[in-house]
Design a protein around this ligand. Structure first.
Ligand code: PHB
Length: 393
């Protein structure tokens, strides 16, 4: 089997890449370890930056997103029960975010790829990425009990944090950076209308809470919990009680409803400072993880893909490797920015230090400053909606 770009992983990065390359007249094949059902049902975050929505729209892949996603023009920040709103429009020249589940994005991209005759092998396990230091790399994989080989010009490893891509990069070709936070998130989906039109991020002495949504009828909420916590420790009643306390502000009430999904997510910052080696390129979670507090994960993956498509297009149309050669350098500028912002939001809203301690006072001082300073609020708004690509040129 032969193609121009061999893609490992059918998450948002791999699927966006395949659909986008097709538009540029470049062929690709995707190899995905999981089943289609698993890939499309895994509950993940759901915050799309303006850049991401624009890209999907320009690719003609945003029909359902436009109908079912919800555009937000601001975000609520709450500290010890006091709630303020950071408006996006006036602070970011009209840029916004859209709430639309990541698995919905994955469904739309998979449907579009397959409808256009794209090749995607589900339940196919990549076992080796070979010869990436030559101009004829290949992906070895197992499919339906048989060994197979995909020959290609380039390999894009969009295969997540535990994938083969990063493991294939020679030791010594990158440095890695890891921070593990001393808390996790318990996330729920519930059949109840959202209690707020826009997201609410809250610091409370009992811990962080976040109110988000998936539709007019489905709420998505999170509470800070212990790293060794289990879902079994959290009855529905305990979850709603904690959310009510942590998100409380005068004159506002949290709507409760039947919970149909509960899961715990660890909080981690991770990245490597080189995302390419020869003709192997990493994109998305394969190269970086951010804590979900800034809502940046999927957006960073799509931004990586943009740079990779730019590089591959320049190669196939003009024969130049200049943009491919600087892929890591280009992508990392945004990744560093997102790492900083995600760490900032995480530190600002989680209970990490004793309530009332020096660390707490710094958190409170930051919150007070957002209230008083348009410049500080602008910094938060422009990072939250995502900086335009031109900002990094
Ligand atoms: C979500 O809706 O799942 C969500 C929103 C914002 C975040 C994280 C998760 O920062």
């Amino acid at each position: 089997m032969k193609t121009q770009v061999g893609i490992v992983g059918a998450g948002p990065a791999g699927l966006t890449l395949a659909n986008w390359l097709r538009k540029q007249g470049i062929s690709s094949v995707i190899i995905e370890h999981r089943s289609r059902e698993y890939s499309e049902s895994r509950v993940r975050a759901g915050l799309l930056e303006q850049n991401t929505v624009d890209i999907l729209n320009n690719l003609g892949l945003a029909d359902r997103l436009k109908k079912e996603g919800k555009e937000h023009h601001g975000v609520h920040l709450s500290f010890d029960g006091e709630r303020i709103r950071v408006p996006f429009g006036e602070l970011t020249n009209g840029r916004n975010i859209t709430i639309y589940g990541q698995q919905e994005v994955a469904k739309d991209l998979t449907d579009a790829w397959l409808a256009g005759g794209g090749q995607l092998f589900f339940e196919a396990t990549a076992t080796k990425i070979a010869d990436f230091d030559t101009d004829h790399p290949s992906i070895h994989f197992e499919y339906e009990g048989e060994a197979a080989v995909l020959e290609c010009d380039f390999v894009a490893a969009c295969d997540g944090f535990h994938g083969l891509g990063r493991k294939t990069m020679p030791k010594g070709s990158y440095n890695e950076f890891t921070v593990t936070y001393p808390f996790s998130w318990l996330g729920i989906l519930a059949n109840v209308a959202p209690s707020s039109d826009e997201l609410i991020y809250a610091y409370h002495e009992r811990g962080f809470a976040l109110s988000s949504s998936r539709s007019e009828k489905v709420s998505r909420l999170y509470v800070q919990c212990e790293n060794d916590d289990t879902v079994a420790n959290w009855s529905d009643e305990r979850i709603w009680d904690e959310l009510s306390i942590r998100l409380a502000t005068p004159g506002w009430e949290l709507k409760r409803g039947p919970i149909f999904e509960k899961s715990i997510t660890p909080m981690r910052s991770y990245f490597i400072d080189n995302m390419q080696c020869g003709r192997l390129f990493l994109a998305g979670d394969a190269a970086h993880i951010v804590p979900p507090t800034g809502g940046k994960g999927l957006n960073l993956a799509v931004a990586d893909v943009k740079h990779l498509v730019d590089g591959l297009t320049e190669f196939y149309k003009k024969g130049s490797t200049a943009a491919l050669d600087s892929y890591s350098e280009t992508a990392l500028k945004r990744i560093w920015r997102a790492q900083d912002f995600s760490n900032f939001m995480t530190t600002l809203f989680h209970k990490q230090d004793e309530h009332g301690s020096f660390g707490y006072q710094l958190q409170k001082a930051k919150f007070d400053y957002i209230k008083r300073s348009k410049s500080y609020a602008t910094t938060i708004a422009e990072n939250y909606v995502g900086l335009p690509f031109e900002a990094f040129e």
